[in-house]
Write a protein that binds this ligand. Sequence first.
Ligand code: SF4
Length: 866
Amino acid sequence: MLKDYLSHVAEREALGIPPLPLDAKQTQVLTELLEKPDQGIDQNFLLDLLVNRIPPGVDQASYVKATWLSSIAQEESKSPLVNPLKATELLGTMIGGYNVAALIEILKSNNKELATSACNALSNTLLVYDALNDILELAKTNIYAKKVINSWSNGEWFTNKQPLAQEITVTVFKVEGETNTDDLSPATHATTRPDIPLHALAMLETRDPNGLRTIEELKKKGYPIAYVGDVVGTGSSRKSAINSVLWHTGQDIPYVPNKRGSGVVIGGKIAPIFFNTAEDSGALPIECDVSNLKTGDVITIFPYKGEVRRSKNETNSGELLSKFDLKPQTITDEVRAGGRIPLMIGRALTDKVRTKLKLPPSTLFIRPGQPPASKYGFTQAQKMVGKACGLEGVLPGASCEPIMTTVGSQDTTGPMTRDEMKELACLGFSADLVMQSFCHTAAYPKPVDIKTQKELPDFFAERGGIALKPGDGIIHSWLNRMLLPDTVGTGGDSHTRFPLGISFPGGSGVVAFAAAIGSMPLDMPESVLVRFTGSLQTGVTLRDVVNAIPWMAIQQGLLTVAKANKVNVFNGKILEIEGLPNLKLEQAFELTDASAERSCAGCTIQLSESTISEYLKSNIVLLKNMIARGYQDSRTISRRIKEMEYWLKKPNLLSADSNAQYSETIEIDLNELKEPVLACPNDPDNVKLLSEVAGTPIQEVFIGSCMTNIGHYRAAAKILEGEGKISARLWVCPPTRMDEEILKKEGYYEIFEKAGSRMEMPGCSLCMGNQARVEDNSTVFSTSTRNFNNRLGKGAQVFLGSAELAAVCALLGHIPTTDEYLAIASKKVSPITDEIYRYLNFNEIPNFIEDGRVITKEEEASILQT
Ligand code: SF4
């Protein structure tokens, strides 16, 4: 084992990164070596492996470590290198999970030194879950258990840590303009995301190829590095993005291999999810004017005064460079606790213990404030979040912890979420429904993806989650079908934008927290209302309505495309949509999905009871078919079916009060929208009317992504039918296997194939850009969600718009004029809209429940009864 390990160390050293943490097998061999060390092996090296190179929490390796340390502490095994006291101390570094029961046992030891050590260890352990009750019980008779309880109630786990410093001196590393999460954590390297040091080598590889060398040079100035940018962290909700930033700029976390915390991120604008993931990781995110900050500047941040000044020993030392308001209110506690998540877990533990002891709440912590009472009513989103908090509504500015009813995880962030769940010592989900998909890696899996596809389903199902299969399709197209009206959820994909209820997507840390604990931290954002009136004009599709939102905002000066001093009325807010109550849920999701591109925190849409009832009836049949097909965890699926049936018996929907308050209201009259609207290269905010970009040659076209539904494929196929070969390369990728099956049955695949299209396996395909990619430097028309530089292909210039327009582009090889497009659409689509725009109502498909059955009806009946 050691020989192999050392050669692995050498390989990684050549890359400038540390070895991977030990796995369970290596840890097992290590414990044997620690019991009988070979003379030729450096004993300090063995000890270092034990202390520092095994992941904490509920990883399999940590199970082996905790079990072995416990046997040493209990003197059931012996090691010349680790005595019982040392073993107890090391159990105390394992954060929670498998070490907790072992430490509780040691509290009962007659050896005072050992019991005291276990007492110290537990006093600083927060992830104890139900074991709290065991310790409370033991405290009635055991003095050490009592000390642990007192320590928790006094918040010593918090007071033992250093408060946020009054002054922080850092060297600036600035990336001008916008850095999105794909720049920091490129999709092309998605498979390495769980391996933080390796993945971090790809940070900024396209955006600033010299960036990492510059950071290393700047470190020679002797200060930590602050990551600075005009706009930082837009795009996907990748915890890997902050992981990479902190790997290069943060500090090691004791006893946690290959992960760093702390660090400073300064942005003119910091995207809300990125801001939150920075908070979760214990970093200090600051939003302020960065125009006076340049790479190489040594600056001093005064967090409590809200000032950034040129540092001592610098020319013009003391010069005021920028001012800021530290936010949120709790940030100083978060940094002190090592992150927002450890703070919440620790604070909840202290509160719980004090309640049990009948003590008043601790005054140690900055408690999230509530905004003053308002004379206004609540918006739809404020009521939904209120319901999840047991309140009538939650006003903007309030900090709350809504119950998470539904949590989604996809495959490129799933392994990171799994690791975070292990670090949270999670052995069972508290959220009602947690789902894992395999949409991002199904089509062209690398060996590491195949490993993930094999291992992750069991990890989720064992904890009560639902695991999809590779080839099933896109996370959102599935998760949306599991939603309950007016409930709140989250997901580790920035496009987790529920069309039913509301979701606040997050990084893998907060998603793991939401799944494990069943709630999530939320600083309630303000809302922007978009109200539609009028009706869709010929040739104008819902995708054009999606693009009309930023288009109208630009007209009104509420959004700018330029990055310097960017204006974005939607940034960090909840987008609330009214005026389209009869949209089908698949259509509604086009609108909510695209709120990710606006950098919104969340999105709601007011829909009618009839449209929601139709959707739930269909979804119940899909979920029953999942049980028949043997999907796990079947009890979770069954529970969700019952909740849907319950809602259908008594339909009831929240809606905004007439005197609800919005930070902005944007009115869009659809009668005035007479032509398609496109997002142009390479920014989803860069929206223009079709007539402004007509004639642009197009080499590649993609029809796919979570922005599409079955109607789009029928419409696109009808446009291509009978027109011979297409002029541009066309990729077609339906969102789910059910769409694929029906499109095949209805003959639409044949039309696409005859036209010369490339058919892809259901999933994310080109949208993610980690699988197949378009030709370098090509001009592309795509129905996918976002067109950040290099996402679909290196140097690709990407237009985003409707499937209908995409099909016309594929046919002609260029973007049509409005007249060309309208002529084709009104000839080929308008006369048969009823046939084309039908949605997947599984309850109307004969015998759908039986499709692919692998379990007996008796087994199914017993599952449905549980
Ligand atoms: S289709 Fe695109 S936006 Fe949707 S989940 Fe997949 S990668 Fe994300």
